[in-house]
Design a protein around this ligand. Sequence first.
Ligand code: MG
Length: 340
Amino acid sequence: MGKFTLRYKPYTLELRHVFTVASFSRTTTPVVLTELEYEGIIGYGEASMPPYLGESQQSVMSFLSQVDLSSFSSPFETAEILHYIDQINAKNTAAKASVDIALHDLLGKIMGQPLYKIWGLNPDNIPATSFTIGIDTEDMIRQKVQEAGQFKILKVKLGLQTDKMIINTIRSVTDVPLCADVNQGWKNKEEALEMAHWLKEKNVTFLEQPMPKEMIDENAWLTERSPIPTIADEGCQRLIDIPALKGVYTGINIKLMKCTGLREAKQMAELAKALEMKVMLGCMTETSCAISAAAQLGPLVDWADLDGALLIGNDLYKGMTVENGQCILPESPGIGLTKE
Ligand code: MG
């Protein structure tokens, strides 16, 4: 296998609360943790597989077993290595991200600098992260909001019949700005527009994936009229998707697990900005590994939603931390992890 050694193992994240969105509930998330070693230096990576994305621990490990880096002689052949990884097949974006993250961590460690410094980004410019309140009963919502007292912005999951109850319940406890993720749950554009106006009155900052991604004309109709920005999440996976989304949504939600990792995520943020679209940086439930990797790009974005590691009870790493709602990146090389 040449100078590179790629190792990987399955791991199951235990969620602190049952997590409910418009289409499902769950209590665990399967991930695969990777290590890419080169001349004694180890980069860490991770693939997180919420079930709706179609990847599993088995599919990720099967993908990783096909990776052969023996023809590459240096991690600085980054572009070629990641092009090779991407062309192995058309899917497996989380598996690809687990190699991309480990490779970037390795590069930063070889250079002795955090990635954000290598990219010339100021970590003070990372927006305050939102914290997600899942769909729940009124009592549980109040309890979760109280637990989330340090956050400057909360994210709520909408898209069921309980939308107004959820917002009103949160508003009975706090005035903190909200963002709303509908996860494609609304099916009617006129009702969606009515809700957008109602949500603006309730100090909701933006609306993530209001209607199904296939409803392109309806999402564009809503975006044109909505008093708050609309953001594509399920409707935007990779760099190539972005130009067609201009006008359909105000902005995009970039996640490493959707777009194959840091290299493409950075290109996406830059392209969206050039197209004068808003950029949100999101995550799955992940350990501090993938979260700390994503946070390196935080200074490039308008909104950060990097609470994934806070939602789990068995993180294996320490990296990006959240203090008073702000993302704090360690000054350590690469993605800045230490093992717990
Ligand atoms: Mg979303």
